[in-house]
Design a protein around this ligand. Sequence first.
Ligand code: HEC
Ligand code: HEC
Length: 328
Amino acid sequence: MLSNKNNLVFLFLICFFFSFDTDKNFYLSVPAGFPKPEIPAENKLSKVKIDLGKKLFFDPLLSRDSSVSCASCHIPKYAYTDGLRTAEGIKKRTVTRNTPTLTNIVYNKNFLRDGVNPSLEEQALVPIHEKNEFDFHVLLLTERLKKNPAYLDLFQKAFGAIPTPKLITQSIASFERTLISGNSRYDQFYFQNNSAALSTSEINGMELFKKLNCVKCHSGFNFSNGQIVNNGLYENYQDMGKMRVTLNENDNGCFKVPTLRNIEVTGPYMHNGSLESLEEVIEHYSKGGMNHKNKHDWIKPFEISQSEKEDLVSFLKCLTDSSFITNY
Ligand code: HEC
Ligand code: HEC
């Protein structure tokens, strides 16, 4: 009897490792022209982990009163933003910043509008604890998940373990790393050699984007050089950006250069959502921004005609990847 039982346990273990093994090698599909994303060695991707992270991302159970989820603010059809000037969390409490897109977040090296958070795993803890977002605690969330049979099963499948704070953040980060967008009309034109994908106006806009220095900061395949700089939004910043954490005056008003992918659907714009439209954004840059001692040298006044403005806006809009915002 005893040996039979042991055999069963042994068999179970073999099956268990087997099912784990078949899932080990999960690869992200990388669009043409994009580099291979770096995945941290301590949090390799797997299909079951990503599925679990996705379920958590869309589940209001993560907030104290189970009313809001990550997806309440990071809504797929707005490229994981919310259409609001500044975000709204639990009990309609307002957050001071505008919700950033999660488009191609796997390529980011630093997180938050001011880039002070070093990893996606750690970033996932922020909204859970913020009073104006989930107003909860990761230890309480862990206890809640441990009482939930569906989650117990999923954590078992993904990690062979019960829920822990580390595994919660690892699975959410894994899901976020799959949010890759690289099939806009710009990509079809630029990386997939389809010269008919852009109109003459959009191609003019692309040339202006280079000529007016935009491309210096919004550079490369993801339209961001990853720097944290001052783009002259204010003479006096209410939100000090990176200085909030470093307390260094040179970081006053410095924010991360955001990607411009899917920019058509991610307004209002800037860290505080103060600019309603892309036309207003261009207006801001054409004036050379406001006077601030930290304003970057590349922000200089320029003059363009009305039709050039329209070209620039139409170029920015060809960065919309409709498959990314509709299939999720
Ligand atoms: C109440 C709305 C709200 C909720 C809920 C929310 N976020 Fe956010 N998210 C924001 C805002 C606002 C920021 C920018 C905060 C800042 O810069 O200080 C942000 C920033 C981020 C960033 C950094 C993006 C970047 O470009 O650096 C990531 C990643 C992120 N959120 C993921 C999540 C995840 C995962 C959840 C759920 C666990 C979540 N968010 C829940 C509003 C929200
Ligand atoms: C010196 C670097 C720099 C240059 C040059 C620059 N930008 Fe930006 N851009 C930024 C930064 C930094 C932000 C974010 C500021 C904030 O969050 O308040 C930003 C934000 C934006 C946004 C809003 C993105 C969002 O998600 O809110 C748009 C659109 C934009 N820039 C377009 C342009 C265009 C068009 C040009 C050229 C006319 C340009 N930028 C030139 C640094 C730059």
